[in-house]
Design a protein around this ligand. Structure first.
Ligand code: ADP
Length: 632
């Protein structure tokens, strides 16, 4: 099998019995998980015999098809006269996102002898590619694709169960896994409840870079950076609406988060990047694509240590509250069964934001005129499992919600899906935005909200991101989302041309305006007659510290269409410096901690690009540590 990445250990963790390592109360913690609780969906075919016969009549042999997931994959299927006997994939899907699907789906299809399998949320492209590739082979073998699609796995009802651990974490995304690993490092047993089939949430789909600076370090000196500058840019970049004490925690502890991740085995590139809307070259970039590096590190930790279990396919519904303290969570298992999870110590809420919940975001924006109506026509970068559940649960338990109207959009969404897939920008130093009239319209190095508001004023709310070979010197490089630029071009999701004139023609924008826009931009780049001077949009970011980018002047030239997309919700559950959740009177809700996008008040009106991942590690760890030390 052709793989371009290291193989990520399967993220679906089978049910295991984990012993308590240390209890917060006098009684020992017990984690008894009946095996049925996290068993993968049983894939017994629910079809009738006649259906099987009709569907399973093939011309024996081996057939191949090419399908497109994140990248092209080759699907090879072997048939006997009445069965699918083998499926092989040659793929380069992203570790932790598409790769687990490529491992699990072929097995499910063979076991089921059918194609009625659900796509995996967050990995829809990969899931669909596997299903389409196999369907193509079925067709070639003379099988009945529609009949196979009608064959679905039989759902075997699971029993109600109860589990206990020292610390219970809800949500296996960035903040939840940081909390879980930290609590485990404190010697506690930990259960993480996760709604989907794999860990990662929106964090794994992100560009991966996170802002952090170590005062006085060589890197800080080289990039003229400091914790104070990070603080000031974050606080001012959110219009000073964030809670200053939380911003200080974020920026003061950013670098210790890097060290902690390195101790867990995560690797970073030597040179920081300027994340779009990040305002400074301090985005620490993982070696692994997207946010996969974090979860490879967390999964390795789980594999090497006992006492941390992730329970998948389980959705938290409400908190267990005893004597005003949160002592656990009631969840719904995959088949509608009840899974009750009790904590000897604290419960950490880390279910992410609500950008993907149209109803909630519309409600949050009532009375605010910052954005146009954010109804379902405006898509989101978020995975479909992150829908503000934790915010609703916390509110029901008396939590105070703050700054819910602070919603972030990006100008970088895929025109069809709203996702960040197909975003060809590497760092904000090297690209410009062009509207359908061939003109620039904003400061591409500016704040995310300003850029997106400017995009909403353009024809069809649509723009092209333009760059040259400074970003893709060989043409074989990946974007920040693990996609090969050439694959995106082949798929018609990006454009590549040997001259700017040719690119203008491909995009259908007026050539004169397009060439003039680029000529004017280049005057401000290294070597231009206005080098370093702000341009008409106030842009001051024309290259990086290494002066690697020197304007848009070296073929081949690249472009990709982009639209506004809802990305991050900065409002949410109110917390204090200890990540304890506060009620509407400002009192701590005993036993309940929260971290990550579910919380509010860390970013203010606008979040700097690259600060969200810092938030997940810094506040996730604080929550994990404090939940470990909580005693009732
Ligand atoms: P953050 O960046 O704050 O860590 P993420 O989006 O990375 O947020 O992760 C949030 C995680 O929480 C996702 O994996 C999502 O599937 C999970 N999640 C959301 N709602 C629930 C719920 N009700 N029960 C369990 N897990 C949930």
């Amino acid at each position: 099998m052709k793989r371009s990445y290291k193989r990520l250990a399967a993220l679906m963790v089978a049910a295991v019995l984990i012993g308590s390592m240390a209890a917060c109360q006098s009684q020992p913690a017990e984690t008894s998980v009946p095996e049925t609780t996290t068993e993968a969906q049983t894939t017994t075919a629910a079809q009738t015999e006649t259906e099987t016969e009709a569907a399973g009549a093939y011309t024996p042999g081996t057939y191949s098809a090419v399908a497109t997931g994140m990248r092209e994959m080759t699907v090879t299927v072997t048939f006997s006269a009445d069965a699918i006997t083998a499926i092989e994939l040659e793929h380069e899907e992203t570790p932790g996102i598409g790769e687990p699907v490529c491992d699990s789906m072929p097995k499910q299809i063979i076991e089921l002898q059918g194609l009625g399998i659900d796509v995996v949320a967050g990995a829809t492209l990969s899931s669909n590619a596997v299903l389409e590739g196999v369907a193509d082979c079925v067709k070639q073998a003379g099988g009945d694709v529609d009949a196979l699609k009608a064959i679905k796995p039989e759902i075997v009802a699971e029993e109600d169960t109860e589990m206990t651990a020292d610390v219970v974490v809800i949500g296996a995304g960035g903040a939840g896994m940081a909390a879980a690993v930290e609590a485990s490092q404190q010697g506690k047993s930990v259960i993480v409840i996760e709604k989907s089939t794999q860990m990662g949430g929106n964090t794994i789909l992100s560009g991966g870079a996170f802002n952090a600076v170590q005062d006085g370090s060589d890197m800080a000196k080289k990039y003229d950076d400091s914790v104070e500058k990070h603080y000031t840019q974050t606080f001012n970049g959110g219009d000073q609406q964030a809670k200053p004490e939380l911003v200080h925690i974020l920026t003061d502890q950013g670098w210790s988060a890097v060290d902690w991740l390195k101790d867990l085995g995560m690797e970073f590139q030597d040179t920081p990047t300027t994340v779009a809307g990040g305002l400074w070259q301090r985005g620490q970039k993982p070696v692994e694509p997207e946010g996969t590096g974090f979860f490879i590190a967390y999964q390795n930790y789980i594999d090497q240590n006992q006492g941390l279990e992730v329970v998948y396919n389980t959705t938290a519904k409400s908190f267990i509250v005893e004597d005003k303290a949160v002592t656990g969570v009631v969840c719904q298992g995959k088949t509608g069964n009840t899974v009750t999870v009790k904590a000897n110590c604290g419960v950490v809420l880390a279910t992410g934001g609500f950008a993907g919940n149209v109803e909630l975001r519309m409600k949050a924006l009532e009375g605010s005129d910052k954005w146009p109506v954010l109804d379902e026509k405006i898509r989101t970068t978020n995975t479909s499992n992150v829908t503000g559940d934790g915010i609703i649960m916390a509110q029901e338990a008396g939590a105070n919600l703050i700054q819910m109207e602070n919603i972030q959009l990006l100008p970088l969404g895929d025109p069809n899906t709203g996702s960040l897939s197909g975003n060809i920008g590497h760092g904000a130093t090297s690209f410009i935005f062009i509207n359908k009239e061939g003109s620039r319209f904003t400061d591409e190095g500016g704040r995310r909200d300003d850029m997106t508001l400017d995009l909403f004023k353009q024809t069809d709310n649509f723009m092209y991101m333009i760059m040259d070979s400074d970003t893709y010197p060989e043409g074989t490089e990946l974007n920040n989302f693990g996609e090969h630029i050439n694959d995106l071009v082949d798929a018609g999701r990006a454009y590549k041309a040997d001259s700017l004139e040719e690119l203008a023609e491909m995009l259908g924008v007026p050539e004169d305006a397009f060439l003039a826009s680029i000529e004017e931009y280049n005057r401000h780049c290294p070597g231009g007659d206005l080098e370093g001077e702000p341009d008409e949009f106030g842009r001051t970011l024309f290259t990086d510290a290494e002066k690697k980018n020197n304007g848009i002047n070296t073929p081949p030239f690249y472009a990709a269409g982009r639209v506004p997309t809802v990305h991050h919700t900065m409002g949410g559950v109110e917390i204090n410096e200890n990540t304890e959740v506060l009620d509407t009177q400002g009192n701590v809700i005993p036993g309940l901690y929260a971290a990550g996008e579910v919380t509010g008040g860390i970013h203010g009106t606008n979040r700097l690009g690259g600060n969200a991942l810092t938030e997940t590690i810094v506040f996730g760890r604080i929550a994990g540590r404090n939940a470990s030390g909580y005693e009732r």
